[in-house]
Design a protein around this ligand. Structure first.
Ligand code: UDX
Length: 434
């Protein structure tokens, strides 16, 4: 099949490369000429494990193309995906749909023959109807179906998530569109991936409900962690103890500094706004958003308390600033709340992150960026782990102890056990453990 991706951002690029790998002919279109130029030269605009090789293989095989010109690609495609950004609108938290609607207009003007227009971007309920109306208005004659097909890709594991998903959700009531979508995802059918066909509005809501539920699950365990600290219980064991109940499940029960990233903060807020608009408020999610925002800010106070109540003039080494490991993405990362608060309290902050420092440099003024974990901790009054990169999981603690000024380790991801850290002579503070 011939596929066009409008938007070569995170979702469009990963999805496009994976569809090409399934054997389809895919053209990724993006308005940013520098991004397309880089992609043509094999340079990835984002860090995602395995993406560069996947892109190269499929470009070499003649199945994957990059261009700034949508014209030929759209006219010749069976399926056109809208995979542009839907950022939070400044001020009210609603998803900003201007890029989605602009893409719909462009597709309307260019498509020919029966075309399936798929919203891959995360869009509020009813957006598919609006996209359909936009296209219909510009092209009353056109033969097309608008389908919702949300993505469930985790950054850092996106290719695996695309090729071995728990499920694929396709929202359309039209049988001929369903048949085409089945054909598009055929390799997954062969792997017996459940493909769920629903109405379009239902599919749009599934995406928000899934992300909101996961955000709520994380927030639940984070609050339990705070309770654990007060009552002298261990959140790791509580998480395991409840997670072994299949009805609850073990995943997404890791207590930490609060969720961040490009999806959970934006999508929970957008769901809250939609629900308020329809007068069916989702109070659990409203509360989740509030708790998570407050938690990220509270982490700075936790660090300051662990350092004896004052950080004025002290040096703090931060290991990891991205919102999670295996990505260079800094969007809504807890570090963006924590580090400025530490600086405001008078601390000198130095940072090391394996992939995120380029991004972080624009976002964290006044921070000293150091190359390597051991360089970062040298002379520090405390070491704080914010992101659980693998290379921080097995630090040579004796070497860290020898390098720091004061042996205090604050582990916001619980990647060490209290006993092993204390055995090296550190004061150790983690999340939700006695
Ligand atoms: C998420 C969804 O998982 C994915 O399905 C969706 O399509 C996009 O949003 P992503 O944002 O890439 O993916 O990362 P994810 O692994 O879900 O983590 C999100 C945030 O939650 C991170 O800040 C992470 O550190 C935090 N988290 C996750 C926890 O604090 N504890 C956990 O147990 C899991």
């Amino acid at each position: 099949m011939r596929v066009t991706m409008i938007g070569a951002g995170y979702v469009g690029l990963v999805s496009g490369a994976c569809f090409a790998d399934f054997g389809h002919t895919v053209t990724c279109v993006d308005k940013a000429p520098e991004k397309i130029e880089k992609l043509k030269n094999g340079i990835m605009p984002i860090y995602e494990p395995g993406l560069d090789d996947l892109v190269k293989e499929n470009v070499d095989a003649g199945r994957l193309f990059f261009t700034t010109e949508a014209k030929d690609a759209v006219a010749n495609s069976d399926v056109v995906f809208i995979a542009v950004g839907t950022p939070s609108r400044r001020g009210d938290g609603h998803a900003d749909l201007s890029y989605v609607y602009a893409a719909a207009e462009e597709i309307a003007d260019l498509m020919s023959g029966y075309t399936i227009v798929v919203t891959k971007s995360t869009v509020p309920v009813g957006t598919g109807d609006e996209v359909e109306a936009i296209i219909r208005k510009r092209r009353p004659d056109a033969d097309f179906t608008v389908v919702s097909n949300p993505e469930f890709l985790r950054e850092g594991a996106a290719i695996g998530d695309f090729k071995r998903p728990d499920r694929v959700v396709v929202g359309t009531d039209e049988e001929r569109a369903r048949a085409k979508m089945r054909e598009l995802y055929r390799p997954l059918f062969l792997n017996e991936t459940p493909i769920l066909f629903t109405g379009r509005r239902t599919s749009e809501l599934i995406k928000y409900a899934a992300n909101a539920f996961l955000a709520m699950k994380i927030t639940f365990i984070n609050e339990v962690a705070d309770l654990c600290e007060r009552v002298g219980a261990d959140v790791q064991e509580v998480a395991r103890g409840i997670g072994l109940d299949n009805r609850i499940g073990r995943k997404f029960l890791n207590a930490g500094p609060g969720y961040g990233g490009s999806c959970f903060p934006k999508d929970t807020l957008a769901l809250v706004r939609t629900a308020q608009e329809y007068k069916a408020p989702v109070r659990l999610i409203e509360t989740t958003v509030e708790i998570n925002d407050a938690r990220k800010r509270a982490m700075a106070s936790k660090i300051i308390a662990a350092m004896g109540g004052s950080v004025a003039g002290k040096a703090i080494a931060i290991l990891g600033v991205t919102f999670k490991p295996e990505t260079d993405d800094m969007r809504d990362a807890p570090s963006l709340d924590i580090i400025p608060a530490l600086q405001a309290a008078g601390a000198q902050v130095r940072v090391f992150d394996p992939e995120g420092m380029e991004e972080a440099k624009h976002l964290l003024p006044g921070v000293e960026f150091r190359e390597g974990a051991y360089q970062c901790v040298a002379g520090a009054d405390a070491v704080v782990i914010i992101t659980e990169w693998d290379e921080f999981r097995a630090l040579d603690l004796a070497r860290v102890k020898a390098a720091v000024k004061t042996p205090t380790l604050i582990d916001l991801r619980n990647i060490y056990t209290p006993a092993e850290v204390k055995a090296h002579g550190f004061t150790y503070v983690s999340i939700g453990r006695p």
